[in-house]
Ligand binder design. Structure first.
Ligand SMILES: [Zn+2]
Length: 268
């Protein structure tokens, strides 16, 4: 007998080999082994990736409504998808450079500022009016583009009449009106009844707009039930041109521009 002096040595080799295999073999994503745990801790507990692989960015903790992707709010004033609301204002004195008079009836005759829209929106508006007529619905423009100066006069008058707090609930602070983008317009029926008033909701014209405006690239910007998100009461008459693609996306997902851009809800 030479003795069993090599037994502890063999055991040591086996243990060392076992440890090495366990340490350097990539764990499966579900493995609860020490290597995986350590990797998760290094990555802030978010990654199940194998050691050495790229760590993907952690998902936004807040997520987004309706499984919406996280995207930056479009605040470029000339962009068709720009967001303008109580939170996001336009740069001081912004005026679009491609304002035109759309060839559609308005409830007034004068060729004045509020008859204008940006070129692309004006062309889409003409198409929409023609589409409505085919369905026996006769729309009219009430108020399109509004300069910052005009909005300032309007807002100041509302403040004098009702006080600033109340005025802010129904009128935009200068620089924060969507009408200043030249992409928004208030509409009514051709008789001008209920022009920019709550009684427009439920009319034949309002129903047609709610159903068909997105086909022409317009959205009902302040929908019913989203008041706490848009910061405005339901306005069945205020449509905003965002282009056909975005209008379709927003309509399919039932999103406001605020939700689409994950812009924080506006309260007042
Ligand atoms: Zn409006």
């Amino acid at each position: 007998m030479r003795g069993k002096w090599w037994v502890p040595l063999l055991l040591l080799v086996v243990i060392a080999a076992g440890w090495a295999i366990g340490r350097y073999t990539a764990p499966s994503p579900s493995a609860g082994g020490s290597a995986a745990t350590e990797q998760q801790e290094l990555n802030g507990g978010t990654s199940t990736a194998a050691p050495g692989s790229e760590v993907s960015p952690a998902p936004s903790p807040s997520g987004a409504p309706g499984g919406n992707e996280v995207r930056q709010a479009d605040t470029e004033p000339d962009s068709i998808g720009v967001i303008v609301n109580k939170q996001y204002g336009l740069e001081e004195g912004y005026k679009p450079e491609d304002l035109v008079y759309p060839n559609v009836p308005f409830i007034f005759k004068e060729k004045i500022e509020k008859r204008m829209l940006r070129k692309e929106a004006a062309a889409a508006l003409e198409e929409m009016f023609a589409g409505a007529e085919k369905d026996g619905v006769y729309l009219a423009g009430v108020s399109g583009y509004r300069s910052e100066a005009t909005q300032t006069v309007l807002f100041d008058n509302y403040v004098k009449r009702d006080g600033e707090e109340k005025a802010r609930t129904y009128s935009a602070v200068p620089g924060h009106s969507e009408h200043q983008t030249g992409l928004a317009i208030d509409l009514s029926g051709r008789d001008g009844k209920c022009a920019a008033e709550s009684c427009f909701a439920g009319t034949k014209e309002a129903d047609w707009l709610a159903q068909h405006a997105p086909e022409y690239g317009f959205i009902i910007r302040y929908p019913e039930g989203k008041e706490a998100i848009t910061g405005y009461m339901y306005e069945a008459w205020h449509v905003r041109y965002v282009g056909k693609e975005l209008a379709r996306t927003l309509t399919e997902k039932g999103l406001t521009l605020e939700e689409y851009y994950n812009a924080v809800p506006v309260s007042k």
